[in-house]
Design a protein around this ligand. Sequence first.
Ligand code: PNS
Length: 156
Amino acid sequence: MERIALFPGSFDPFTRGHAALVAEALHLFDRVIVGIGNNLAKEGLLSVGNRKRLIDDLYAGEPRVEAAVYTGLTGEFAERCGACAVIRGVRNTTDFEYERTMEAANHRLFPAITTVMLFTPAEVADIASSTVREVHAFGRSVEEFMPEGVDIEKYL
Ligand code: PNS
């Protein structure tokens, strides 16, 4: 049976750190669905459609990765995707505390879905989408934070 993992997040924007986690997840799962949680209350840098387009373009040559937009609970979407796992990246202890709480809620509501925490590789563990948005807001290039070859200007 195909093992599918859902990798949920805001991905505003998808960064080099996220790409490193997808690469790790592909070691463990047959397919990875990058799920863009559509938080209607949050006005982002990239529209949800453009966040998806960026990920679609990046993985155009990798049939094992796809992007999808969802609203509602991540666990419900994971079930709809036929995923057995939810992937989350952890950079540091701050991430850990948040992830621990989220995992507990998800586990209570969706016991059939296992949360798999992956360590963000050290060389990209400083990268956060919020940093990208801030650097971009101040007019500096964010190329170093973005996956190799991705020009954020195409998705603004
Ligand atoms: O990239 P982020 O901001 O850390 O992603 C957070 C996200 C979208 C994965 C999280 O907020 C989420 O799962 N939202 C949907 C609601 C939900 O299922 N919450 C967890 C159980 S209460």
